[in-house]
Design a protein. Structure first.
Ligand code: NAG
Ligand code: NAG
Ligand code: NAG
Length: 566
C-alpha cells in the first residue's frame, strides 16, 4: 500500500502540483482502504463509448453517433448503412455501436440506423433498452435493443416518433413502467414513452416552464441540458437544471415545490457539466418496511458561467467547479450542504458502489463540456463516503488511470463490482491521432479497493436467490443463500439492489440503490448462510425492472446476481 501512496503522490507532483495542498491523500484511510487498480480491457473497441448501458445478461451496449465518419470497426459483410441524410458518410460500412460481453471480454458490432448523438435512454421492466432521440435524422427517433441468447439481436428502429426533438434530454423509468423524457436543446417540454400504457393515454407532450427558466442565453450557454432526474420515494420527480431544482408531479404537470438555489456561481448542467446521484435509499430500520425512507441528492462538479464561452470562443480554460452539494430532498426545510472535492472537476461521472460509497471519476480540471473545450484531465477518481461523519475523511483520492476521459466519455458499474470506463472524443468527427486528446476507443476497468485479494476471506458469494416466481416482489419476503469463509456477525450482512444506469454526458440516468431490510441470517451448512429480506415497499421506491443484487459483508460486496423487481 505504501507503493500506491507514493506513486499517487508522485503523479500529483508531476502533473497537478496544485492538488497537493487540497487532496486528502496522505492519511491512514488511503493505506487501509487502498487506491484500487486500473486494467485496460481493450485497446480499441472501434467506437468511442459516448453512451453505455449494462443489460441483464451481463452485456454492455455501447454507442456513439452515426454522423462521425468511419469508425475503427466494420459492420458484418453486406450490412453497410446507406443513408443520404448522413452528414459525414452516406455509405458507411463501419459500426457505431457494439455489444460488449463482460465475462469473455469480447464484442460484436451492432447496426444503429439513425443518429444517436447526445441521446438518452432507459431500460424498461422486461430488460429492453428504449433509447430516445439524438441528432439530424435521429432527432425524434425511438429505438430498442432487447438482450438475446444468440448473437443475433440488434437495434430496432421503432415506428412511432417522439413528439419533440430530443437532443441532450434525460430519461427516467417511472414507477408505473413508462419512461419520462425531459427537455433537450431548445425544447421546454417532457413526454412519456409509450404514450398509451396500461389503458392510460398521455398527451403528446407537456410544457414545463422550469426548463425555459433555467436556460442561460447570456453569455450563450444553455446550462440546463441533460437535466438531472431522480424518482423520489413518493413517486414524484426531482428535477435539477442549471442551479435550481424542483419537486415535480409529472402526472398533474404541477411543480409541488421549488428547492433553494444551489449556492455558488457554478452551473451544473451541459455545457457546465457536473453530475448527480440519488444517495442510497435505506429501507433498514424502517420497522416492517412500510414507511418511506428519506432521500438525499448529491451534485458535484460543473463549471462557472464564463467557462464555456471562454473555452469555446477564446480557448481560455477556467478552473472547473470544486464543490459538491447535498440536499435532503424529503426534508420539508431542506438546505444545501456544500463540500469541496480534492480537485476541481468538470464532466465528472458519479456512480454508486455496492458499498453505498460514491465514486467520482473522469473529466477535466479546466474548461467545460463541448468540442475542444477542456484541458487538464483529472486522472484520479475520488471515493466519497456519504456516511462518514468527519468531512475531511469523506473524500479519498484513488489511483490514477493513464487515459484522459474528456468530453463524450462514460462509466458504468458492472455486476462484478468493477467500473467500466470508456470513450472520450472532444472533436467534431473521429480524430484518432489528435493531440493531446485523440478520439479514445479503449475500454478500461477500475477495480475498487474491495476487490483486493486481502478481502477474499470475508467476500460473500451468492449461491441462490429464493423468491416467489423468481422475482423480488414488492414487500414480499425472499431469501439469499451465500457462501463465506469468515463470517463476522458485526456489522454483518446487508443487501443492496442497484439499478444499472444509462450513462452519457456524465449523468448516470436511472441509477439508484436500495439497502434492503434484512431480518435474519442463519448458518445452513459449513461456510454457507441464508439471509431473509423484504422486497422494497413499492414501485415508487424501486421502479419495476432488473436490478443487480449484492450481498455486502463487513463492507465487502459479492458479485451481483440479476433479480427482476416487480
Ligand atoms: C407494518 O407496521 C405498521 C405500523 O407498525 C402497521 O400498521 C402495518 O399493518 C404493518 N404492515 C405489515 C405489512 O406488516
Ligand atoms: C486552469 O485554471 C487555473 C486557475 O484558473 C489556471 O491558473 C491554469 O492556467 C488553467 N490551466 C490551463 C491549462 O489553462
Ligand atoms: C483500430 O483497430 C486496430 C485493430 O483492430 C488497432 O490496431 C488500432 O490501434 C485501432 N486504432 C485506434 C486509433 O485505436
Amino acid at each position: 500500500m505504501a507503493f500506491n501512496k507514493r506513486s499517487l503522490l508522485f503523479f500529483l507532483f508531476l502533473c497537478c502540483g496544485v492538488l497537493i495542498s487540497h487532496a486528502v491523500v496522505d492519511d491512514d484511510t488511503t493505506s487501509s482502504r487502498g487506491g484500487g487498480q486500473w486494467v485496460v480491457l481493450q485497446r480499441s473497441v472501434g467506437i468511442s463509448a459516448m453512451h453505455m448501458q449494462v443489460l441483464r445478461d451481463n452485456k454492455v451496449i455501447i454507442f456513439d453517433r452515426t454522423d462521425f465518419g468511419p469508425s475503427n470497426i466494420s459492420l458484418p459483410k453486406g450490412r453497410c448503412r446507406s443513408n443520404p441524410k448522413d452528414l459525414a458518410l452516406k455509405l458507411d460500412c463501419t459500426a457505431h455501436s457494439i455489444l460488449y460481453d463482460v465475462a469473455s471480454n469480447t464484442l460484436r458490432p451492432l447496426n444503429v440506423q439513425t443518429d444517436t448523438w447526445c441521446s438518452s435512454g432507459a431500460v424498461i421492466s422486461d430488460g429492453t433498452l428504449i433509447q430516445t432521440g439524438g441528432f439530424n435524422d435521429g432527432f425524434d427517433k425511438l429505438r430498442s435493443f432487447t438482450p438475446c441468447n444468440e448473437a443475433k439481436c440488434d437495434w430496432v428502429e421503432l415506428p412511432e416518433p417522439l413528439t419533440n426533438t430530443r437532443w441532450y434530454s434525460s430519461n427516467h423509468i417511472l414507477p408505473d413502467g413508462r419512461i419520462i423524457v425531459v427537455g433537450g436543446r431548445s425544447v421546454f417540454t417532457y413526454e412519456f414513452v409509450p404514450k398509451t400504457f396500461n389503458g392510460k393515454t398521455s398527451r403528446a407532450n407537456y410544457y414545463l416552464k422550469f426548463l425555459r427558466e433555467t436556460m442561460d442565453s447570456v453569455p450563450f450557454a444553455e446550462n440546463n441540458l441533460y437535466p438531472f432526474l431522480h424518482v423520489l420515494p413518493d413517486g414524484n420527480l426531482f428535477i435539477f437544471a442549471n442551479k435550481r431544482s424542483i419537486l415535480f408531479d409529472y402526472d398533474r404537470n404541477r411543480v409541488l415545490r421549488e428547492y433553494p438555489v444551489m449556492p455558488g456561481d457554478e452551473k451544473r448542467n451541459y455545457p457546465s457539466t457536473g453530475s448527480s446521484v440519488l444517495l442510497p435509499l435505506k429501507l433498514t430500520g424502517l420497522g416492517n418496511g412500510t414507511r418511506l425512507p428519506d432521500a438525499e441528492v448529491m451534485i458535484c462538479g460543473g463549471a462557472f458561467p464564463e467557462a464555456f464561452p471562454l473555452a469555446d470562443q477564446h480557448r481560455v480554460y477556467m478552473e472547473a467547479a470544486r464543490t459538491c452539494g447535498r440536499l435532503k430532498v424529503t426534508d420539508p426545510h431542506s438546505k444545501w450542504v456544500m463540500e469541496e472535492m480534492p480537485t476541481p472537476r468538470v464532466m465528472p461521472d458519479m456512480l454508486i458502489l455496492p458499498t453505498g460509497e460514491v465514486i467520482i471519476l473522469n473529466g477535466a480540471r479546466n474548461g467545460s463540456a463541448g468540442w475542444e473545450d477542456a484541458v487538464n484531465p483529472v486522472l484520479s477518481p475520488v471515493l466519497y463516503r456519504p456516511d462518514e461523519p468527519e468531512p475531511l475523511e469523506r473524500f479519498q483520492v484513488l489511483n490514477p488511470s493513464k487515459s484522459p476521459r474528456m468530453y463524450h466519455s462514460s462509466a458504468v458499474l458492472l455486476p462484478d463490482g468493477r467500473i467500466l470506463v470508456g470513450g472520450s472524443n472532444p472533436h467534431k468527427l473521429y480524430e484518432f491521432t489528435a493531440y493531446p486528446y485523440p478520439t479514445d476507443l479503449s475500454l478500461e476497468a477500475y477495480y475498487p479497493y474491495y476487490l483486493g485479494p486481502e478481502h477474499n476471506a470475508v467476500r460473500p458469494s451468492i449461491i441462490e436467490v429464493e423468491a416467489v416466481k423468481n422475482t423480488v416482489s414488492y414487500l414480499e419476503k425472499f431469501s439469499v443463500t451465500f457462501s463465506l469463509q469468515e463470517y463476522r456477525p458485526v456489522p454483518g450482512i446487508s443487501l443492496s439492489l442497484i439499478a444499472p444506469s444509462f450513462t452519457t454526458h456524465s449523468f448516470a440516468m436511472n441509477q439508484r440503490m436500495l439497502v434492503l431490510h434484512v431480518s435474519t441470517v442463519h448458518k445452513v451448512a459449513p461456510f454457507t448462510y441464508k439471509v431473509k429480506a423484504h422486497g422494497p415497499l413499492s414501485p415508487t421506491l424501486a421502479p419495476p425492472g432488473y436490478y443487480m443484487l449484492y450481498v455486502v459483508h463487513t463492507g465487502i460486496p459479492s458479485v451481483a446476481v440479476w433479480v427482476q423487481v416487480k
